[in-house]
Design a binder for this molecule. Structure first.
Ligand code: 6MZ
Length: 336
């Protein structure tokens, strides 16, 4: 099954750029900067719980805080997904202003430059960008990022395809009015939802109907008080991005066997598997498929179906979806 999951042509629809940075890249950046990031690396190794993981992002940010480092990071992350047989990747990232080093525009320009570069170096993987809004950073920052997302969507519609609402779920709010303005411009919306219990906000998000939802760990038929939300989610048919290792390591699910994957899967709800932060959680998309197969008794045919159905949730045109599906079907004929 390991080899099968590795060979499977996959789609990654929920990957935070700075959460995806590998230890190898951090080492490379430390050599380039003549700095020792061993402390940072050991803290990443010891990452546990949702609270801890947000501290880890600050550490990663401290090593990707120049356009040079960001370019190298983005190229490496794309390469690593490509090596894992990911053929379609939606990266999401929060534009960052670093005083004296980079503006938010330079931040996005650099990622787009790296994506363009990857078309030559790794032509087998298609990469798109979602501009993230970090809910913790407040209204003004969210407004700025959404304006930037619209600006870059107009300029690079082939590359910038949507907005991601993320950040520490215990802080800030979902800024749905701002997200609506982006949606009116044609951008797709992926929103983190129910990583922690918050019935009112979850209901508001479900009513807003984002194009995809991330996690939804606290929408579970067996959790007290969330059956109403579970039924609402099923009725909505909004695709859910599920990140097994991330949820387990962040302790937002008690165990994999109790993960809501099985309930959504049994209900035939649209879902896809994703890594979330492959660097921070030390995983790969192949491992996530293997984990799902082992935990929920999925066959190779089930995994193939899971990949094929994910195409429908990608933030691309119908024509691009058909092309992607044809590529997948072609590759699937030769793997056993
Ligand atoms: C919510 C998360 C997340 O944007 O700097 N992020 N937000 N829940 C999660 N589950 C564990 N994992 C990552 O990548 C890092 C940022 O992505 C968001 C956080 O805002 C984090 O700071 P970028 O590329």
């Amino acid at each position: 099954m390991d080899l099968f999951c590795q060979k499977l042509p996959k789609l990654e629809l929920h990957a935070h750029l700075n959460g995806s940075v590998s230890q190898k890249t951090i080492r490379k950046l430390s050599e380039l900067n003549n700095k020792n990031f061993n402390d940072e690396l050991s803290r990443i190794d010891s990452s546990v719980s949702l609270k801890e993981c947000f501290k880890i992002f600050d550490i990663v940010h401290s090593v990707t805080n120049t356009t040079e480092a960001l370019f190298i990071t983005t190229c490496d992350v794309i390469n690593e997904f490509n090596d894992d047989n990911v053929i379609y990747l939606e990266l999401r990232s929060t534009p960052r202003y670093v005083e004296g080093k980079m503006t938010k525009n330079e931040y996005i320009d650099t990622i787009i430059k790296a994506i363009e570069h990857s078309k030559k170096t790794t032509p087998g993987i298609t990469v798109k960008l979602l501009v993230s809004v970090n809910r913790k950073n407040g209204f003004k920052d969210a407004e700025e990022n959404i304006k930037l997302a619209i600006e870059y969507y107009k300029k690079y519609p082939e590359c910038v395809v949507g907005i991601d609402l993320s950040g520490d779920p215990t802080q800030g709010d979902a800024c749905l009015n701002l997200l609506k303005s982006a949606r009116d411009f044609g951008l797709k919306i992926a929103a983190h939802c129910a990583e922690v219990p918050n019935e009112k906000e979850v209901m508001d998000i479900l009513e807003f109907k984002p194009d995809r939802l991330g996690h939804c760990t606290n929408i579970h038929p067996n959790l007290s008080g969330t059956l109403k939300l579970f039924n609402k989610l099923i009725e909505s048919k909004i695709p859910v991005e599920l990140c097994l290792t991330s949820n387990l390591k962040c302790e937002t699910v008690p165990s994999l066997s109790e993960h809501q994957f099985s309930y959504l899967y049994q209900a035939n709800h649209p879902l896809c598997l994703a890594t979330d932060d492959k660097g921070v959680f030390n995983t790969t998309l192949s491992q996530e498929y293997k984990l799902a197969a082992d935990t929920f008794n999925l066959t190779k045919e089930d995994l193939k179906k899971l990949v094929r159905s994910s195409v429908e949730f990608a933030f691309i045109s119908q024509q691009e979806k058909e092309k992607l599906l044809a590529t997948i079907d072609n590759k699937l004929t030769i793997i056993k």
